[in-house]
Write a new protein. Structure first.
Length: 395
């Protein structure tokens, strides 16, 4: 438990963190990687290059200060981030290192304003938050390892098949190199893949949603290629161009909290944009197989027909279901967007609604759903990138 004095001091730093948070986290990462370059094997350098990881951490530190009186408020975020930590192999011994360099960055950026009293209060608060992460992740590692066909960290897989789904999306079917089966997973979860890439000094790790209903012997990920000038596409483009059938790849066990509630038979709606269709495929296929009479809507937005993946698969599943509605819109065409009117026409207000796609797409969809009076607890989403809040007014 934190003392009243510690909580008061941490809360007093909220305005400073609003103004200087990104400067602090930027300095933190700079110093951290100089002192511990081995951690570059874990961190996503594309996110670093774009400042996204720095902004995400600044947001998390600010949220901790705001909710310091009731840290249970940030527990859902802790669990979400812990899933990502487990999928890339974050360990308890990493937390003291992070704490040390975070406090040093505060002192460097804030100067005399970061008094000994403030630094001591933040050190105490960080210790409590770090312990929460460590305990949650310890349980996750144990559960992951103890499940049927489970393991922790990374396991050797091979590419069993490589299938082009559209002009920009290719699926990779992955099987354990030792011939074993894979663990069960909840539709919507993701895996991390780890690669050694030419001209990259450190290992690279990326998360990709599992894009089919659980199968006993394989995973499927479906990866979008990006513009060569987009740092987000370094790994995805490498997979498209260089990873072929029979090639090895390291894979983590499934993780993630953006998942389908498979126990329900009440109405459900899937709303996706672009490559956001990938976790929806796992969810939709599962509904089609396990509860085919469940009232189901699938709305998808793509740029055009050539970039639209899985259209034939979705139509095939929908035709076998009792009450499924499926509609696609193309942004290259006039009025080619999912509108509030379309949501009102297709989505049952009682539905559990799953939303996935580019950040701006998600912001618009969630705003429109709120505008239709859909309660927050019925709207499920996760921003796939650094762990940051999806705000309604971000760019």
């Amino acid at each position: 438990m934190l003392s009243e004095q510690t909580r008061s001091i941490v809360k007093s730093t909220v305005p400073v963190l609003e103004e200087h948070g990104v400067a602090i986290t930027t300095r933190f990462y700079e110093n951290l990687f100089v002192a511990h370059p081995e951690l570059l094997n874990i961190f996503n350098q594309a996110n670093q290059a774009q400042g996204r990881q720095q902004a995400a951490l600044a947001s998390s530190v600010h949220a901790a200060a705001v909710h310091i009186d009731n840290l249970e408020e940030i527990l859902p975020t802790v669990v979400q981030v812990a899933h990502k930590h487990v999928s890339v192999g974050v360990l308890p011994e990493h937390y003291p290192i992070v704490g040390e360099y975070l406090l040093k960055a505060m002192k460097e950026v804030l100067g005399d304003a970061a008094t000994d009293e403030i630094l001591e209060a933040w050190a105490e608060a960080y210790g409590v938050i770090a312990d929460a992460f460590i305990n949650v992740e310890k349980d996750m590692y144990k559960e992951t390892e103890d499940q049927e066909n489970g393991w922790i960290f990374f396991k050797d897989f091979v590419v069993a098949r490589k299938v082009k789904e559209s002009e920009v999306i290719t699926s990779f079917y992955l099987k354990p190199a030792d011939g074993s089966n894979v663990p069960p997973y909840i539709p919507g979860q993701y895996i991390s893949v780890r690669l050694t890439m030419p001209e990259e000094e450190f290992l690279v790790i990326r998360q990709y949603s599992l894009s089919q209903a659980p199968k006993p012997d394989e995973f499927r990920i479906s990866v979008k290629s990006e513009n060569d000038n987009d740092p987000n596409g370094v790994v995805s483009n490498y997979l498209h161009r260089n990873l072929n059938e029979g090639d090895p790849i390291e894979v983590s066990a499934p993780a993630g909290v953006f998942v389908l509630d498979v126990s329900k038979t009440t109405p459900v709606a899937f709303i996706s944009g672009g490559v956001g269709i990938t976790p929806m495929m796992s969810m939709f296929e599962t509904v089609a197989h396990s509860t085919p009479d469940r009232p189901t809507t699938f709305l998808h937005g793509a740029r055009n027909e050539d970039q639209h993946a899985f259209d034939t698969d979705i139509q095939s599943y929908a035709e076998k279901m009792e009450n499924a509605r499926y509609k696609t819109v193309y942004s290259d065409e006039p009025n080619g967007f999912i509108t509030r009117e379309m949501l009102e026409e297709y989505v049952d207000p009682a539905s559990d609604i799953y939303v996935c796609g580019p950040p701006r797409f998600m912001e618009i969809m969630i705003r429109e759903l709120h505008g239709l009076g859909i309660p927050e607890e019925q709207i499920h989403y996760e921003f796939f990138g650094p762990a940051m809040d999806l705000t309604m007014n971000s760019d």
